[in-house]
Design a protein around this ligand. Structure first.
Ligand SMILES: [Zn+2]
Length: 482
């Protein structure tokens, strides 16, 4: 057992709390029917809005163009929040997820920044965990096989940072394997990760099939190189030939779209999306739901665990605590057309056709998953150098942002003066040109107890521009990411 004692204790108390609260905190939602004598047949729809299939795009590694181009490009293509064949639905954009690794966020102008990541989230996109530093590889000679300690460090820090900076304390549950390295899956349970995708088609799997392995979802690989290859050069490469079957989740994957409208890449994407949208979008049969992959997985798992019933004229939906959070679409059959059905409160949707009524609940439960324990927050961000704290902090680790390529490999150390007057060194880490700019991590957690630190000194290297100091504690007033 490699988990330090203080972590195991944190888990024990959290687990005990969860056990105590199972029945008390299940998410309930109810809707009183206008007539107590109504006894419709009630069921949870296979997908949100009772759509037939789901579409998502995943863009890996955080190129800036995800926010400056891709989100608006895909948003030209629309579906509605009404069930297929029911008019009057609200127009919704095709969206996807950004698979981010924390090392390169804001590394330079060609990567997403905290600001542009927030813009993406506001447009309905999601964040997918793609590790902290994109390490691990089962191919090559030699391969890069990670120890469970390395995987725990990668997942602890990436989940903590995503929860702190973008999730209001909640972390992603969907993962993309860096370099296709599936060794990460061994610790998914510890970090609340429920699903994962890798390179390689055909581009999807089925959400109605309980045997679908959610931690091994294939994606249609649509980078320009492979897509323009001799046998792949068709707009519908790795899209189901006979159209998507009921329950299909199509995941289209690229490392970025070309913003030049004259480029072969954009013409290819346009042909693909024109076809998908004309057939299955708002102006087609409207059978497509588009969402970040995580939302589709959450709906699927919530649907399997939720219960729904009509009793004494009240429709009641219950989502147990161990299910991920999601809205749910409920179908009621056998409501006479003459019966008035008032709009439900709290942002729920109601559509009807003939004697069928569809109600989509508000979001039930909690988004994402809890941030890892112990919780950490950014306490200080400023120039990489010397900093003295007003009173000792419980240090979890330090990120050093470096820019530019050193002339020679440079060792970087961080000298800590502890509250008791003794000193400790973090590192050394080698500053090299591997990824160019980025955020080098000097962790204390999760493998050691936090250090009580009163002063930090970073060894000088002109490439070091900024340091972010992370300390133990929940984020009441978090220092924002730069
Ligand atoms: Zn990647």
């Amino acid at each position: 057992m490699n988990v330090p004692l203080f972590l195991r204790q944190a888990c024990l108390s959290a687990c005990a709390l969860a056990l105590l609260s199972v029945s008390a905190n299940a998410a309930d939602w109810s809707y009183p029917l206008p007539d107590k004598s109504l006894a419709p047949e009630v069921s949870i729809c296979p997908l949100l809005y009772d759509k037939t299939w789901a579409y998502s795009v995943e863009i890996d590694d955080g190129p800036a163009s995800t926010a400056t181009f891709s989100a608006d490009f895909f948003a030209q293509y629309r579906f509605t929040d009404a069930p297929p064949g029911v008019p009057g639905g609200k127009s919704m954009p095709v969206v996807g997820g950004a698979a981010l690794f924390a090392y390169v966020i804001a590394a330079n102008h060609s990567y997403l920044s905290p600001q542009t990541i927030r813009e993406l989230l506001a447009k309905g996109w999601g964040i997918t965990n793609h590790s902290y530093s994109h390490i691990g590889r089962s191919w090559g000679n030699p391969p890069e096989i990670l120890t469970s300690e390395q995987i725990r460090e990668e997942l602890y820090w990436s989940q903590s940072i995503f929860a702190h900076d973008y999730g209001e304390g909640r972390a992603p549950t969907h993962f993309v394997y860096p370099n296709g390295y599936t060794g990460y899956a061994q610790l998914f349970g510890e970090f609340g990760l429920l699903s994962a995708s890798h390179v390689g088609g055909p581009g999807g799997c089925n959400m109605l099939d309980e045997k679908t392995v959610l931690t091994s979802m294939p994606r249609a690989y649509l980078d320009e190189g492979p897509w323009s290859g001799k046998n792949n050069d068709t707009p519908l490469h790795q899209f189901p030939k006979d159209g998507p079957q009921p329950g299909h989740l199509q995941i289209d994957f690229t490392h970025g779209n070309n913003p030049d409208p004259e480029s072969a890449n954009q013409k290819r994407w346009k042909a693909r999306m024109d076809h998908i949208s004309a057939r299955y979008g708002k102006d087609g049969d409207d059978t497509m739901w588009s969402a970040p992959v995580q939302s589709v997985i959450h709906y699927t798992l919530a649907r399997r665990k939720a219960s729904v019933a009509v009793k004494d004229g009240v429709l009641k939906v219950t989502l147990p605590d161990d299910a991920p959070g999601s809205p749910l679409t409920i179908r009621l059959e056998g409501i006479p057309e003459a019966t008035q059905m008032p709009a439900p409160q709290g942002g729920a949707l109601l559509y009807r056709k003939g004697t069928t009524v569809w109600i989509t609940t508000p979001f039930l439960g909690k988004p994402g998953t809890a941030a890892p324990e112990p919780r950490i927050r950014r306490d200080f961000t400023g120039p990489a150098g010397t900093h003295e704290f007003a009173s000792p902090v419980q240090m979890a680790g330090v990120q050093l942002y470096h820019i530019g390529k050193p002339e020679a490999e440079t060792e970087v150390r961080i000298l800590l003066t502890l509250a008791d007057g003794t000193t400790q060194t973090l590192g050394p880490k080698i500053l090299k040109a591997a990824w160019g700019n980025g955020n080098l991590l000097f962790p204390v957690l999760p493998h050691r107890a936090p250090l009580s630190v009163k002063k930090i000194e970073v060894s000088s290297a002109r490439e070091l521009k900024r340091m972010d100091v992370w300390v133990v504690g929940a984020a009441d007033k978090p220092v924002a990411a730069k």
